[in-house]
Write a protein of this length. Structure first.
Length: 130
């Protein structure tokens, strides 16, 4: 343990003894952890900074919401709720496709060559390497 780590630990212990942490918001509640498995490890700190500041691009937010809705749909057993989730999922997928079209990706030859793989990857069904 370095001297700086030791000093930091001592300061934290002193603050705990003085009760500095007793009235923190959320004390005793579980942490809200994000699933960052889709973000490369070396980009996670920057991703969290942007996300916490509300600066993630709309495309990224849409992709996250699509993944979340697909997981909800897979776990849902109520037919009425499934229909509602499916409608929201379709709306998000259409909006993401429109954004890709607006960026000119659909006019790109490479897009047509890899479109099915891209869709599989975004939907989570393309986990195998081709």
């Amino acid at each position: 343990m370095s001297i700086l780590s030791w000093i930091a630990d001592r300061k934290i212990e002193e603050a705990m003894e003085e009760g500095v942490f007793d009235d923190l918001q959320g004390k005793g509640k579980p942490l809200k952890l994000q699933d960052l498995s889709h973000v490369p490890e070396h980009l996670r700190a920057g991703y969290l900074l942007l996300d916490n500041a509300g600066l993630l691009p709309e495309r990224q937010k849409l992709r996250q919401e699509i993944v979340r809705l697909e997981e909800l749909l897979a776990a849902c057993t109520d037919a009425e709720a499934r229909d509602s989730i499916r409608r929201r999922l379709t709306e998000r997928q259409v909006r993401l496709a429109k954004m890709s079209e607006d960026r000119g990706w659909t006019a790109n030859e490479a897009y047509y060559r890899y479109e099915s793989r891209i869709r599989d990857k975004l939907s989570g069904s393309g986990t195998e390497n081709r």
